[in-house]
Design a protein around this ligand. Structure first.
Ligand code: SAM
Length: 239
């Protein structure tokens, strides 16, 4: 099977209505990723098939469960080379997407990809989640916050939950230690105002990687004290 067909079938299995434009956008995204990866550290994976499976399909794996829907507002915290936010936007054209990262070089890369594949309604923020989570233009403004590979769950929650409206969801992608991280995050959930909804096992095509999606619902406003400043937050996660 060609790499294009692996991507197409994987997207269709998630219930995504795939078209040629979408597949072309993913192709260009990967080409720019490999090109820019020569001059900055964006990814350890460059092979087309691997990028399609481990970055693109992994990023959109949460779509089939219905929490992330077209037309919603979504912030991807610590997005790096755009995962999971940018592949979600390619599949859900009317998503109001904000990509946040503390490294400006990565934000420049994301703008370049977005211009090349003509994405609209994408906001790029260079900054720390600790700062923007306190900014009233961003705080409790989003239906969904997502994150992959940014921090352990108690810290990650403090970075992400302040962005979510009451009634919205935190959808994070986690590796094999998801259960343990969940156990360690009971206090953070209580303090920040989210309830655990479910853990979804993700199986990627042609891959032995086991990923999980953890879904939390925001049930009350996050107390103003959170997120705390960068040093404090990482040295003393909520326990
Ligand atoms: N989410 C991407 C992925 O799955 O490939 C990138 C993961 S990378 C390991 C973590 C990213 O989070 C980096 O690009 C880093 O700059 C960003 N980051 C870490 N802490 C952050 C913070 N407090 N605020 C904003 N970005 C942060």
């Amino acid at each position: 099977m060609s790499n294009k067909d692996i991507l197409k079938n994987g997207l269709e299995d998630l219930g995504i209505d795939v078209n040629d434009e979408m597949l072309e956008q993913f192709k260009i995204y990967r080409e720019i990723l490999v090109d820019w990866n020569q001059k900055m550290n964006l990814t350890g994976i460059e092979d087309e098939k691997e990028v399609y499976i481990k970055h693109f399909l992994d990023s959109v794996s949460g779509v089939s469960n219905g929490y992330i829907q077209d037309g919603m507002s979504l912030i991807d915290v610590g997005t790096g080379a755009g995962f999971p936010g940018l592949p979600l936007k390619i599949c859900l054209k009317d998503l109001n997407l904000t990509l946040l990262d503390s490294l400006n070089k990565r934000i420049n890369f994301l703008q370049e990809v977005s211009n090349n594949i003509s994405l609209e309604n994408v906001e790029f923020i260079h900054g720390r989640a600790e700062d923007f989570g306190k900014d009233e233009n961003y705080r409790e403004q989003y239906d969904i916050a997502t994150a992959r590979a940014v921090a352990g769950l108690p810290i990650l929650m403090e970075l992400c939950v302040p962005f979510i409206k009451v009634g919205g969801y935190f959808v994070c992608l986690k590796g094999p230690n998801a259960n343990l991280e969940l156990e360690e995050s009971k206090a953070a959930m209580e303090v920040l105002g989210v309830e655990f909804i479910e853990k979804i096992d993700v199986e990627l095509p042609d891959s032995e990687l086991k990923h999980n999606i953890l879904v939390f619902k925001k049930v009350i406003n996050t107390p103003e004290k959170y997120p705390r400043k960068a040093g404090k937050l990482s040295k003393k996660p909520i326990k």
